[in-house]
Design a protein around this ligand. Structure first.
Ligand code: NDP
Ligand code: 2IT
Length: 444
């Protein structure tokens, strides 16, 4: 049995009910096999075993009272996975599907993603099975206050810095920050994605989507391609999807479809982003409402068939495992030339294989969606300096970071004999920096 297989076997025995975590760990450990041979010192120091075990896992009760006076109880999580290269850093997800496996997969991915940014941030993730959908602002506030009243003792500007993810945007970060500040009586950069008037960074809202498109642009260049004139399918209509769509349009592409968890609409003339922003960011409405303003567009119930819509480039920006093997085959059959993961792990391993086997350019999320956390790290820098950069300054830094991540992943893949395989390249390039830090810091 290979060393990776052996590690994964033990991991599965230890964490039997964590399919998403095991899926993420498998992809990484299989990529790292050549590294295990080249670096016996990593093996001797137990780096692989250690990186697979979170440094600390916090799970807690989040009680709150809804608008009808009924007591509600949710479960909160914070997985502090690795502090080898900096304070734990990663988002909070509020979604009814949240469980330990999902938060651990996200936290594990975050270690390597954060390393790839080149900035000094460790890996962590958290969240709750709370569903913000359909809740009043007052309910969301009460939940956030209860959540942070427990979590505050575990986080801090130099310890662990959460941010947004699915279901956590500016509104939630505001309530979390307000209550944190009230408890600790300190104004510090403990959360990122803050409002611009109170410590947030310009371009953080746009960062993940813009960064994704900057990365895919670099990847397309390796084949002499660009976004200009391309039809682009984007799943989701949240933070990542909206700003990916905005940058695609700026680069001359046409976004023809977007979705939410109920369904998707197709607008061949090009999605009206102002309308989507109004529906999603202001009114908190559904994709089905798009056709009220755009009768020429078509709405379809259910998410899965979005990948049957013929496109040149697909950017999955909703959630994990949203593109399976059959979806990937449909995309290939319809002439798709590139796939960029905006979400975390939106493609199953079988789907990724279909893309690689058919020479479809494939950008793995831990590289291509790293722009959000990169600008979060820039927000931390600005908070420490008590200073703020202009939008143009932050955007230029973001673009540079995304180009560098592409170069690092491309070169690492080439160095290990797998040119063009950015999955392997991103895993190796992200891992080496963390492994070197762990070696230097001893067995901790
Ligand atoms: P949002 O909550 O802003 O938007 C999520 C979007 O995806 C919504 O349109 C939502 O639809 C849809 N969606 C969520 N869950 C499901 C599901 N189970 N099935 C179908 N559709 C679903 O989140 P973000 O845009 O911030 O996050 C999207 C993805 O990007 C996630 O995978 C996240 O981890 C990843 N990511 C986010 C970063 C960030 O900076 N925000 C950074 C890097 C990665 P609905 O409204 O109906 O639920
Ligand atoms: O998955 C991610 O990288 C995020 N949700 C962003 C994390 C952050 O700390 O900005």
């Amino acid at each position: 049995m290979s060393m990776a297989a052996n590690l994964l076997d033990k991991l599965a025995q230890k964490n039997p009910n964590e399919p998403e975590f095991l899926q993420a760990a498998r992809e990484v450990m299989e990529s790292l096999e050549p590294l295990m041979e080249r670096h016996p010192e990593y093996v001797k120091a137990g780096i692989f075993e250690r990186i697979l075990e979170p440094e600390r896992q916090v799970m807690f009760r989040v009680p709150w009272v809804d608008d009808r006076g009924t007591v509600q109880v949710n479960r909160g999580y914070r997985i502090e996975f690795s502090s080898a290269i900096g304070p734990y850093k990663g988002g909070l997800r509020f979604h009814p599907s949240v469980n330990l496996s999902i938060i651990k997969f996200l936290g594990f991915e975050q270690i390597l993603k954060n390393s790839l940014t080149g900035l000094p941030i460790g890996g962590g993730k958290g969240g709750s099975d709370f569903d913000p959908k359909g809740k009043s602002d007052a309910e969301v506030m009460k939940f956030c206050q209860s959540f942070i009243t427990e979590l505050y003792r575990h986080i801090g500007a130099d310890t662990d810095v959460p941010a947004g993810d699915i279901g956590v945007g500016g509104r939630e970060i505001g309530y979390l920050f307000g209550q944190y500040k009230r408890i600790v009586n300190r104004y510090e950069g403990v959360l990122t994605g803050k409002g611009l008037a109170w410590g947030g960074s310009l371009a953080r809202t746009e960062a993940t989507g813009y960064g994704l498109v900057y990365f895919v642009e670099e990847m397309l260049k390796t084949k002499g391609e660009s976004f200009a004139g391309k039809k682009v399918a984007i799943s989701g209509s949240g933070n990542v999807a909206i700003y990916a769509a905005e940058k695609v349009r700026a680069l001359g592409g046409t976004v023809i479809t977007m979705s939410d968890s109920n369904g998707y609409f197709v607008d061949e003339a090009g999605v009206d982003l102002d309308c989507v922003k109004q529906l999603k960011e202001v009114e908190r409405k559904r994709c089905s409402d798009y056709i009220n303003n755009h009768p020429e567009a078509k709405y379809f119930e259910g998410c899965q068939n979005i990948w049957m819509v013929p496109c040149d480039i697909a950017l999955p920006c909703a959630t994990q495992n949203e593109i399976n093997e059959q979806d990937a085959k449909n995309l290939v059959a319809n002439g798709c030339i590139a796939v960029g993961e905006g979400a975390n792990m939106p493609c199953t391993p079988e789907a990724v294989k279909v893309f690689h086997d058919n020479n479809v350019l494939f950008a793995p999320g831990k590289a291509s969606n790293a722009g959000g956390v990169a600008v979060s790290a820039l927000e931390m820098s600005q908070n420490s300096m008590r200073y703020s950069w202009t939008f143009e300054e932050v955007d230029a830094k973001l673009k540079n970071i995304m180009i560098n991540i592409h170069t690092k992943a491309y070169q690492a893949a080439k160095e290990y004999g797998q040119e063009g395989n950015l999955v392997v390249g991103a895993n190796i390039a992200g891992f080496v920096k963390v492994a070197e830090a762990m070696l230097a810091q001893g067995i901790v």
